[in-house]
Design a protein around this ligand. Structure first.
Ligand code: GLN
Length: 446
């Protein structure tokens, strides 16, 4: 891993921090275990993994790609990191992202942009852009990302790899720096679907440290990879192939659906009528939750502290002005406004109601279908710099991934061909806690 990182990371810039000393010590311990003749091996024995920098790692800085947390050195591991250690994976280092996971191109990192390994003039997607690029560039075997509105699936699509957002509550959020707590989920970014099943197996499961963690039996995801989709019922929402979708992306998705039909699946068109409200609903709710979650960054408890403040208010004000980047400030202002008295009913409460309608759209379709399939994103990766000054266009890239977070259901992005030399992602959405079917369909198609 480190050799490969040395060769390519100067161009891709996926890593914010390498943790070589600990990684070598961990590898040595595993060697020792082998030499001692032990044949008990963890599920991910010796596999090099990268971790998005909003997942806390004991003794290794966790910055969320923000100046605010540039010195933040956590004193504990996130539950997922503990589980990776138990599975004997080896953490290689921390991966770049959009600041506090707000963005879709990695251009909002306050340290450096990450570039798409397929063509470094293009963005890798975001916010888990470092996680996707590091896997696509062969720097790590797999990585962890987080997905609040598409941040695992969209960069996986842009970088031609597999990204899975689990059902809300399946993977513990303990130790994930909160962006929008009712939407955030951690999940795997991998080269193929089998690896995704392995990594999910290692990180899923109930955690009493996360009050929203689902207390359910975890199935054997690997045994779901049968290759059989005979008779499977696939719904294709007409809203996901209509206006705003690049025709070449649409064609790639239609060919993928033909492949599934060839394997015996039944493909039919459906409607998710409230899809058009998803982006507005998400940006209201996510920003509201973010404005509340990010109130903890006050210059007292975490991260940087302004020097020589005049008084307490000035300490808060200056620390936050200096510590947060422009996109984070935009979201905090939007969210604070939406939650403020007089506007709460018109914006936040209304958005919650529309969220329920969007979830009910899915419930209805899942009465008759096993999965919903469409593109992961309306286009392939865009050029670095081409959308930075246009937040609305940037937000619209999430139009096909956001409904999934609002509904809390699982979805995977798998590569489905190239358009003009850049990868396209196929999104397979499943019923709550039915990761097995999502993985089975993705694996059969792959
Ligand atoms: N691009 C979306 C946003 O900016 C999604 C981010 C995410 O999933 N973390 O909010």
């Amino acid at each position: 891993s480190y050799e490969r990182i040395g060769q390519v990371d100067g161009k891709v810039k996926a890593f914010l921090k390498l943790d070589e000393e600990n990684a070598r010590a961990a590898a040595k311990a595993l060697d020792g275990q082998l030499a001692a003749g032990s044949d008990s091996r963890g599920l991910l024995f010796g596999l090099p993994i990268g971790i998005k920098d909003n997942i806390v790692t004991e003794g290794v800085t966790t910055t969320c790609a923000s100046q605010f947390l540039r010195n933040f050195n956590p004193v504990y591991d996130a539950t997922v990191v503990r589980k990776l250690k138990e599975a004997q994976a080896i953490s290689i280092g921390k991966l770049n992202m959009d600041e506090f996971a707000m963005g879709g191109s990695n251009e909002n990192s306050s340290f450096q942009p990450t570039y798409n390994p397929w063509n470094v003039e293009y963005v890798p997607g975001g916010s888990s852009g470092g996680s996707a690029a590091s896997v696509a560039a062969g720097e790590v075997y797999f990585s962890l990302g987080s997905d609040t509105g598409g941040s695992i699936r969209q960069p996986a699509a842009y970088c031609g790899i597999v990204g899975l957002k689990p059902t809300y509550g399946l993977v513990s959020r303990f130790g994930l720096v909160a962006f929008a707590s009712s939407l955030d989920q951690i999940g795997p970014l991998t080269k193929n679907v089998e690896d995704s099943a392995y990594l999910l197996q290692a990180i899923a499961g109930h955690d009493s440290a996360d009050s929203t963690s689902a207390n359910v039996e975890i199935p054997d995801y690997l045994s779901a990879l049968t290759g059989d989709v005979q008779g499977l019922r696939v719904a294709v929402p007409k809203e996901y192939l209509g206006e705003g979708i690049d025709p070449k992306v649409r064609d790639a998705v239609l060919s993928a659906l033909k492949v599934l039909e060839g394997l015996g699946a039944v493909v039919e068109e459906v409607s998710l009528p409230h899809s058009e409200y998803a982006v507005a609903t998400y940006y209201l709710l996510a920003s509201s939750e973010a404005s509340s979650n990010l109130a903890r960054f006050d210059g007292v408890r975490y991260g940087v502290r302004a020097e020589n403040p005049k008084n307490l208010l000035d300490l808060y004000h200056t620390s936050r002005s200096e510590g947060f980047g422009p996109e984070v400030k935009r979201r905090i202002m939007l969210g604070t406004y939406a939650l403020s008295s007089g506007y709460y009913d018109a914006y936040y409460l209304k958005a919650q109601k529309v969220r329920t309608l969007i979830k009910q759209d899915f419930d209805k379709v899942f009465e008759n279908y096993d999965v919903v399939i469409g593109p992961t994103a309306p286009t392939t990766a865009f050029k670095v710099g081409s959308q930075v000054d246009d937040p609305m266009t940037m937000y619209l890239n999430d139009i096909l991934t956001i409904p999934v977070n609002l509904a809390g259901v699982p979805a995977i992005s798998v590569p489905c061909g190239l358009v003009d030399g850049l990868p396209v992602g196929l999104q397979i959405i499943g019923k709550p806690l039915d990761e097995s079917t999502v993985l089975r369909v993705a694996h059969a198609y792959e």
